[in-house]
Design a protein around this ligand. Sequence first.
Ligand SMILES: [Zn+2]
Length: 152
Amino acid sequence: MKCPYCGATDARVVDTREVGDGIRRRRECLACSQRYTTYEQVAKVNLMVIKRDGRRELFDRNKLLDGVWKACAKRPVASEDVERMVGEIESSLYGLGQSEVPSRTIGEMVMERLRKVDGVAYVRFASVYRSFADLETLKHEVDQMLERGSGG
Ligand SMILES: [Zn+2]
């Protein structure tokens, strides 16, 4: 950040304020003592998803929403719950502060939430998302779930 008056790069921040989706900072130049304002955009950096085959794809909220909806089809899951889960996952992803996230990380976040909301939706999602190697674990989880269900 260069001082607009003298071009020096050393400044101290005298005030920080959140405005909308950014942060406004009031700075004082250490060389000439002039004050100036900078504005930093915080959210909505382009988040790339690394797919299993290594290809990159721009993170698409609607695609995530669509996947969760499919898993919850005909299940007693409120649309607010689906929206809330996707909202939480979205902010966690941006909160990681990384520009690239493996698709698996997103999948784990979805499963973690679906599991608490609806067992069937969770298994549906997991069966699509998890790799073949994980299927044994999944089968084990389903068995446990059925046991719990029949036990009342
Ligand atoms: Zn200056």
